[in-house]
Design a protein around this ligand. Sequence first.
Ligand SMILES: Nc1ncnc2c1ncn2[C@@H]1O[C@H](COP(=O)(O)OP(=O)(O)O[C@H]2O[C@H](CO)[C@@H](O)[C@H](O)[C@H]2O)[C@@H](O)[C@H]1O
Length: 636
Amino acid sequence: MEALQISCTVVTCKSSPTTTTFKPRSSTSLKRSNIFGVTNSSNGVLLSLKTSITDREIRFRCYQDGFSISDAEEIDGKDKDGIFMTYKKKTDSGVSKIGEVIAESVADVGEAIEELVKPKAAGETYSIVVVSSEAVPYSKTGGLGDVCGSLPIALAARGHRVMVVSPRYVNGSASDKIYKGALDAQCRIKIPCFEAEHEVAFFHEYRAGVDWVFVDHPSYHRPGNPYGDQFGAYGDNQFRFTLLSHAACEAPLVLPLGGFTYGEKCMFLVNDWHASLVPVLLASKYRPYGVYKDARSILAIHNLAHQGVEPASTYKNFGLPAEWHGALEWVFPTWARTHALDTGEAVNIMKGAIVTADRILTVSKGYAWEITTVEGGYGLDGLISSRESVLDGITNGIDVDEWNPSSDVHIPFHYSIDDLSGKQECKAALQKELGLPVRPDVPLIGFIGRLDYQKGIDMIEAAMPELMMDDVQFIMLGSGNARMEDWMKATEAAYKDKYRGWVGFNVPISHRITAGADILLMPSRFEPCGLNQLYAMRYGTIPVVHCTGGLRDTVENFDPFANEGSGKGTGWTFSPLAKDPMLGVLRIAMDTYRKHKDSWKGLMKRGMEQDFTWDKAAAQYEQVFKWAFMDPPYVK
Ligand SMILES: Nc1ncnc2c1ncn2[C@@H]1O[C@H](COP(=O)(O)OP(=O)(O)O[C@H]2O[C@H](CO)[C@@H](O)[C@H](O)[C@H]2O)[C@@H](O)[C@H]1O
């Protein structure tokens, strides 16, 4: 962000006016978690915040250009007896006023101004209902949780009213404390599905400008992750996520959040198969009775490999009208059937959303194209292609507060693009923590991710014996596939001085690997967007990735000769996905690390300069919302 010099005239009721000049701190120092109210009014935006200093409510009034100071003073006089501040932004055309702030201290004002100078929703604001099986910080097994924890906050910060509906996963363990801010909304509904009526409750927390709504039902109360435990996926996931979708359709109608329901004119943003019944329910259960005529729905596909496919006989469980069977009907091709008498008949929840949602989004442009191909479409490519006119890709952002090398709470030393010395110290600390030889000169490669076929871990396994012949260190963090977990342990035993395999899901360690590694390897077979390469670039860690989906869109291949020898690019991409191309590129990367320090520094800096903020992505989501509301509902 451009460094702004801001002149402030501080006027207090108790003292005479003083003038001070300060420079806002870099990027986003306004803690979004402190915002607990955002209201649009005809003459501006009112943000209610809690200060970290006094923990009591203060109010920031931000007025549009042209609103006169005297008007503001009038309002201030009525509302508040604290410090009143006006501030001015220097522009090429002179000085223009950008708003007023009521605050406790100059530091608070600095934070508020940063928020103000950020772009806001360009046009209309919407009531948005995000439906997801996971949302950080409450639940996370992968990138879906990251996205559904951050995008809603970015949308709310741009003036939209945003609700996230997700299950309340509590199990009586210490981890339940994450839900302690979510209180019983005293609203019970009965959901007709699975041949009975099932009562669910809603819990609610207003945090960071977003209504976090948790659907409560005994089937969400178990140890393990949202989808399964050590014995595999839960057998009743179809039931659990059917409840979620039904409850999400009711929430905007029945929950008076902050005193008012969201009402019928909302935008449902449904994520992956777990929420994919929502558009089908809107079309089949609500619109025929005149409800949700003005609502629209968007299916966001984070991973097409999981579609929520179950036997055809389970259709009756969804609580959908019988005549809507065709929307979910799915017949496996002959080659995919298990035996000669298998008719291949199934129901496919994701397919239901593909044929009923108003628009379809994926998390990168590259992946949006890939899912229209036979190779990337997982059997749905034909259907998705038929809806190509409403298909778009928006690259994910990242939470630049949580993932910030200059303030990350999980890493032992901090650093920034201006002073990279802390990165070396993070590397040494990581080597020490994991019992590897502490050597600054050796290239340290990291891998973080689910141990899944998608992530190309078999490529790493195949390459490891050859890679370990080199002078290199390799750290892997991951859980999932049991055979791969065993392989990681065995590899660690075989290469004590070179390899560490951390089996498990551990967020602090993932931050320390991202900061301490020199190279992050992502040989994903397919990657809808990928977040780890974005985190890596922000931490000056160079991504080496398979050239696919979002990885291809976000990592620019290094060219040392471009720009008159100063180089361009942020990492290395390889293709095809095979052991030898991957090893070849890794060797080039390691060679560059050892012998071309300036090139390496250039790679680090270019990566750290990238803008992966959610605000940028949120603006693109807004455009898609606008298009969706311009068209009539796809299924009337
Ligand atoms: N063992 C472990 N310990 C700690 N943290 C771990 C971990 N294993 C993974 N993580 C974390 O989980 C997240 C994984 O996100 P990704 O986007 O890379 O992949 P994922 O396949 O889950 O998401 C899907 O959805 C996202 C979001 O749209 C897409 O980016 C992606 O391509 C798509 O496959 C990262 O925050 C990572 O640090």
